[in-house]
Write a protein that binds this ligand. Structure first.
Ligand SMILES: Cc1cc2nc3c(=O)[nH]c(=O)nc-3n(C[C@H](O)[C@H](O)[C@H](O)COP(=O)(O)OP(=O)(O)OC[C@H]3O[C@@H](n4cnc5c(N)ncnc54)[C@H](O)[C@@H]3O)c2cc1C
Length: 512
């Protein structure tokens, strides 16, 4: 249990629960505005899934895109969302779009924050899409340039946390995002408290939320929030019970959230205190490379190879944006697990970006990968009809030769070829023809769920009965029903939305 810079007090202006991108944005802005601010984080480390992330932020229309000379604008993003979203809440969408540029300007005015454009295709071919994307990310920064006490609390990158890979002296992506924001919080007088697990909120009848109840290693404490509580504690992806209750595809052990983090109990506690919830069973889905320990890891950017179901047949364009492919996986039981079939053209490594991939030898020893000299033998090893798998691979190879995927259109969209660098007529279609062959087991993973508390355009949590804002209770992050509903518009949508609504919550707190 650590508190930086000093001991925990019993009362703050603002109590922020969780320490991901939305939480830290709210905390940094609240502290900078002179509010006494505490961040309560249940684990020994700050940053959650956000610290694992690439740090891409879908924050359209800002000065960063202008500096990069992109054809981006708030109105362009509005057109894009209008085409992409199903059943949006117009007020929340409008609030997101209007405040995204302002948030970026406010953060960039601080010497500790700089953003830059990151080329990364958006996920739908729709009006308003910016070629090569409009996402931005915090610039990398040396660990040594940020407060060492804060750095000691920063959750390591995913490959280090999950498989023990080497650390980094330069913070990039989500590490830079959380590191920079957390350093701002502490510099401006805020407190970071780890191993402080918020288990309940105190509400005066049907009135104001005034405090939170916190489990700590030394016993329970109550922390008063004079102005408000901001719940930014992630979704319920780590809870098998809530996943089952809300019919959410995938499994708790396959999610990318760090172990022991986002289990949704605070969403439930708020609901018990009268908050409205909207559980859609939604998540930010992705194919997950199965690991020997039973986990699944976020995989994108397939360069070659093909995904087959348990009958040995393809069922989708493997180069689709990961959330869209994940949703196709979820449509039929024989697709989970799937097998990703690839050849030896990358020396036995997975021709994709898996976070993390792990060592091929460990996968082969554990049976999460198998290898064989022929496709027929590979089929036998994964208990698929050899005739079916051979026919699937031959058909795929014919498509690669012709440059046209007649079944699923792989390679037709800008996103499909963003990571793929094949040399044939279609960069996203490379034959699977170099022995030995491999099959890697895939499950349905996610980057978090995105159903939960119902909030308005100011980030205020609504009362389930009156539909009015609950005084003193705000929420952002994957703890809320997403402004994007079932859609994942482009790289950085989870963080972008969490950050904007975190900042709007602070604006409302200050106004009140
Ligand atoms: C490898 C990878 C790359 C990704 N890249 C991107 C990207 O580039 N851009 C993007 O937008 N998204 C990306 N994502 C997805 C994104 O990181 C997550 O969806 C998002 O960060 C979730 O933010 P959050 O605040 O909801 O949850 P988290 O970041 O997980 O933070 C929640 C925190 O709250 C704490 N907590 C939970 N319950 C409590 C409680 N009751 N009391 C106190 N603390 C609590 C948790 O321990 C955790 O630290 C990526 C994900 C992964 C895994």
């Amino acid at each position: 249990m650590t508190t930086v810079p000093g001991p925990l007090e019993t009362s703050y202006d603002v109590v922020i629960v969780g320490s991901g991108g939305g939480a830290m944005t709210a905390a940094a802005l609240a502290a900078k505005a002179g509010l006494s601010t505490v961040v309560l984080e249940r684990t020994p480390l700050i940053g959650g899934t956000s610290a694992y992330s690439g740090g891409a932020c879908w924050l359209p229309g800002s000065a960063v895109q202008q500096r990069a000379g992109l054809p981006d604008s708030t109105e362009g993003a509005r057109a894009y969302l209008a085409a992409v979203l199903d059943d949006p809440d117009p007020e929340r969408v409008d609030a997101f779009l209007r405040h995204a540029p302002e948030l970026v300007a406010t953060l960039e005015a601080d010497e500790l924050m700089d953003f830059e454009w990151i080329p990364f295709s958006e996920y739908y071919d729709a009006p308003g899409r910016v070629p090569m994307g409009r996402s931005i990310q915090p610039a990398s920064i040396a660990r040594a340039d940020l407060d060492p006490a804060v750095m000691a609390l920063l959750r390591p990158p995913v490959e280090r946390d999950r498989v023990g890979a080497a650390g980094r002296s330069t913070l990039s992506g989500g590490q830079a995002l959380i590191g920079r924001l957390a350093a701002m919080v502490v510099r401006d007088g805020g407190t970071l408290a780890t191993e402080h697990h918020v288990v309940d909120v105190r509400r005066e009848g049907a009135g104001r939320v005034t405090a939170v109840v916190v489990d700590t290693p030394t016993g329970p404490v109550e922390v008063t929030a004079r102005r408000g509580v901001v719940v930014a504690a992630g979704g319920y992806e780590g809870s098998p019970e809530l996943r089952a209750l809300h019919d959410t595809p995938g499994r708790a052990e396959w999610t990318m959230a760090p172990r022991g983090t986002n289990t949704g109990e605070l969403i439930e506690a708020c609901a018990k205190a009268g908050a409205a919830t909207d559980y859609s069973g939604e998540g930010w889905f992705c194919p997950g490379l199965a690991h020997p320990d039973g986990s699944g890891t976020f995989t994108l950017g397939f360069r070659s190879g093909l995904m087959v179901d348990q009958t040995g047949r393809r069922y989708g364009n493997e180069c689709l944006p990961y959330d869209r492919f994940g949703r196709i996986m979820a449509e039929a039981p024989e697709r989970i697990p799937s097998w990703f079939v690839f050849d030896n053209r990358e020396g036995g490594r997975l021709p994709a970006i898996a976070m993390p991939e792990g060592e091929p030898a460990d996968h082969l020893a554990a049976g999460t990968w198998v290898t064989a000299p022929t496709i027929e033998d590979l089929a036998a090893a994964i208990e698929v009809d050899p005739g079916v798998l051979t026919a699937t691979v031959e058909r795929f190879n014919d498509f690669a030769t012709a440059g046209v995927d007649e079944d699923f259109g792989r390679g037709e969209d800008e996103y499909d070829t963003f990571f793929a660098g094949g040399s044939g007529p279609n960069k996203a279609l490379t034959p699977c023809d170099r022995a030995p062959y491999f099959a890697a087991r895939f499950v349905l993973s996610d980057l978090g769920t995105k159903g939960g508390l119902v909030t308005d355009a100011a980030g205020r949590v609504l009362d389930a009965t009156t539909h009015d804002p609950v005084p003193g209770l705000y929420a952002t992050s994957n703890a809320v029903a997403s402004v994007f509903g079932s859609r994942y518009p482009g790289p950085g949508a989870p963080l972008g939305a969490a950050m904007v609504f975190g900042s709007l919550a602070v604006r409302d707190l200050l106004a009140g």
